[in-house]
Write a protein of this length. Structure first.
Length: 87
């Protein structure tokens, strides 16, 4: 998957295929990161991963063609993980 301006434009337009591709390409690394952040709680990690992509869809319109989309997803995951572990 190449994340370029055209791909980001598809995300901004909430294109289902673009989000499916993004999910398939990033889910494992995001899941592992979240799992580490929540001290190995599988069910919590799965819930947070779902929330990350719901938020990504909700806020896709804020992306610009120069965004690092992977870093953006990690920032969402970090915020979600911190909220859960702090709560």
């Amino acid at each position: 998957m190449e994340i370029n301006g055209a791909f980001i434009k598809q995300l901004r337009q909430r294109d289902n295929n673009a989000f499916k591709t993004l999910y398939m390409e990033t889910k494992t690394m995001l899941y592992n990161y979240i799992l580490y952040k929540v001290n190995g709680s599988v069910s919590v990690a799965e819930d947070i991963l779902s929330e990350v992509f719901v938020n990504a869809i909700d806020y896709a319109g804020s992306l610009t063609v120069t965004h690092n989309v992977t870093a953006w997803l990690y920032r969402i995951a970090k915020a979600k993980s911190w909220t859960i572990s702090a709560g």
